[in-house]
Design a protein around this ligand. Structure first.
Ligand SMILES: [Cu+2]
Length: 387
């Protein structure tokens, strides 16, 4: 299905939801203004939240063609309106960033190297992806356990791999107290509907058909996005082109920063204030500082290597460079077009992604780094061993 012209159900002239949407507009304008006020007046948010009408339990599904409520009750009560939009969610939380402090007794995920290999494509033209928003303390180094907000229990979340023209059917089920959502950068879709937040115990579903190949970010888009994205809710979706690319060993590197508070029960929560200060405690490829220095990426002499690099940020860029090598090809946009050649370093913006190719024809140990070395020094360094 082509998502070039996603239908926004409320905008259909004959939609029964249109009237309901109009009726709610005044309240939404009020809430938006009140949300801004909340930032300035502590306590106002909680008071206003208490006044907010109860939302009925629901299981909603938003396709490329708008919301498709699963139950009649949900259809009658909320139609295709988006009551859990980012603005409303921010308001629901009183305009403040929630804490990621993990409850005592929460099991800790031990240190495990994140497998950087690009997973194989499925044989069909449709893929089903079902993620769960979970709070999981994760050991990211010998001395650090972080109170992660995760998709499926890991930082980053699982690598999704599809091709241009495939249809991705996605569902997010929220197991956490805080509302969450999912924003796929590979999708062209009405974000107000598809990327809306879903509360604990409920799910949001939608589908999309990637038009362009490339390395794309996915992340929670619930407000404040900095807090949700910065606390571990991100990952990569790699969209391969329909055309054949040169045969290569393919790896996925998700670059990101960690801004951490002091340990609580041995677990370091993510710190919103430090995120705003932009001075990270760690910078990583695939969620663990220096993990590929401990256990390098290994390729054979003579192989072509393709790194799909996605920068989750949340704030800093990644000047990707391989010491002792040069990229013979960097795809700035969709492969196979958009290639430039003979590149030493190229910066991947926060929220961006691109593919880097080199020919590993020289045996040796080649560091790959964020060449903004203040960040490389904090863990955005690994080794590719050729031989
Ligand atoms: Cu979230």
């Amino acid at each position: 299905m082509d998502n070039d012209t996603p239908m926004d159900e409320p905008n259909r002239p004959d939609s029964p939801a249109r009237a309901a949407l109009a009726a709610q507009t005044n309240r939404r304008v009020f809430l938006r203004r009140a949300s801004a006020l909340t930032l300035a007046i502590p306590g106002l948010g909680a008071a206003l939240t208490a006044c907010r009408p109860e939302q009925p339990a629901r299981e909603e599904h938003a396709g490329a063609g708008g919301t498709v409520p699963q139950t009649a009750a949900a259809r009658d009560s909320v139609g295709v309106h988006n009551p859990d939009s980012k603005l409303d969610t921010a308001f629901h939380q009183g305009g403040r960033a929630p804490s990621t402090v993990a409850p005592a007794g929460t099991p800790v995920a031990p240190f495990a190297r994140f497998d950087p290999a690009l997973p194989p494509l499925s044989t069909g033209r449709t893929i089903d992806v079902h993620f769960h928003a979970r709070q999981v303390p994760i050991q990211i180094s010998d001395d650090t356990v972080v109170a992660g907000w995760t998709f499926d229990g890991n930082i980053p979340g699982p690598i999704v791999h599809c091709r241009v023209g495939d249809t991705v059917h996605f569902t997010l089920t929220n197991e956490m107290d805080v509302p969450h959502s999912m924003d796929f950068h590979a999708a062209r879709i009405n974000p107000k509907v598809a990327f809306r937040s879903t509360p604990k115990g409920e799910s949001v579903s939608y589908h999309f058909t990637p038009r362009y190949a490339g390395a794309f970010l996915y992340h929670c888009g619930t407000s404040p996005v900095l807090m949700h994205l910065g606390s571990g809710m991100y990952g990569a979706i790699i969209v391969s082109p329909r055309e054949t690319l040169p045969r290569a060993r393919e790896f996925v590197l998700v670059h990101s920063e960690f801004y951490l508070g002091s340990p609580v029960n041995g677990v370091r929560p993510f710190d919103y204030g430090r995120m705003l200060s932009e001075l990270p405690d760690a910078v990583t490829f695939n969620g663990r500082p220096n993990q590929y220095s401990r256990e390098p990426i290994r390729v054979n002499t003579g192989e072509r290597v393709r790194f799909w690099v996605v920068n989750a940020g949340p704030t800093l860029s990644c000047a990707f460079h391989v010491v002792g090598q040069q990229f013979d090809t960097v795809y700035l946009g969709a492969p196979p077009s958009s290639a430039i050649h003979g590149v030493q370093t190229f910066s991947v913006a926060a929220g961006g992604g691109m593919a880097f190719e080199l020919l590993a024809d020289i045996p040796g140990e080649f560091p790959f780094v964020n060449h903004e070395f203040g960040h490389g020094q904090k863990g955005a360094t690994g080794f590719m061993v050729v031989g």
